[in-house]
Design a protein around this ligand. Sequence first.
Ligand code: SAH
Length: 355
Amino acid sequence: MTTPLKSRIITHIKNSGPLPLAEYMHWCMADPRDGYYANQEAIGAKGDFITAPEISQIFGEMIGIWAVETWEALGKPSSFNLVELGPGKGTLMLDLLRIGNAVPEFLNAAQVQMIETSEKLITTQKQTLAHHDNITWHKSLQEIPPQPTLVIANEFLDVLPIRQYVKTENQWREHAIGVDKKDNLVWTLGTGILDSDSLPQDASSQPDGAIFEISTIREAFIANTADLIKENKGAALFIDYGHGKTGFGDTVQAMRAHGFTGILEEPGLADLTSHVDFDALAKTANSAELQVSALVKQGEFLLAKGLIERAGQLGHQQSPEIQEQLTQQAERLALPDEMGNLFKVFEFGTVKNRD
Ligand code: SAH
């Protein structure tokens, strides 16, 4: 399928040669004119994919419990940043702030800082949070004022571009996108070669064609978050799908209308993501000398925070249909073969409230 972005990418490749995957992903997702987040509905039933906060209000509420516990561990600062990276429709923050009904001092102290690049989603977030004060929107972490800081992010890291390297006879060559004679986008090899220091030890035993992924931009977001927290005290909670140990394999996927599509098929119209290598990110947070908690599965995290109890409370004196709906939502978030195992919770900070 031809898309406006596809024509621009083809022209660029013809002029300048193959486009590395990371640049292709960045272009597809972030181009201000034809990119995915500038134009598409993205999240929800009418969009391309559904995220945990859109499945159940309990998800954001459980993160609210984490936020209050962490704020308490920090000594209940009377003013602090509550930062969310990539807040989507603003639903997680709306549900999180509900905890303010139970802990008003927390709500009074919270300066909510939303970091979002999509103008379209900023508009949606402002509508969702219209009844809350003390919310400011930013384009980057550098704009956050210096004071104790909690950072949360759900399904943010997976949208950031990655590089892929493909094993050839004796080198790991960058995976790139070229154009064939019929003007189709096709996979090819770029000029980049990965230094062996950046590869895991067992790289030499991988077969030809094996793929290794790196996301320097994810590492940069974690490093910036770690610096902010180290300077001001605080903690961060990143939830996303991915793995706890660096490995090999192609994890890039394209989604449109709740189904998978080809990565090169519909640039700008499909959501491009990949699995997060939490091992690599833990190394980044460790090198900032912060306390990094053991990676836990989303299911375990939510159960420990009180998912079942909250579902029971919400279902109390409701119809059997509503109770059934709440059960299904909780199962979707927490069961091992649903989101419970694939999604992981990555936490670091100057304090920690578990293990
Ligand atoms: N957290 C939300 C949305 C996930 S989708 C949820 O769970 O529903 C990814 C979000 O990250 C979108 O809001 C997207 O616009 C935003 N985003 C993508 N790249 C970004 C960047 N570089 N800086 C800030 N936000 C970004």
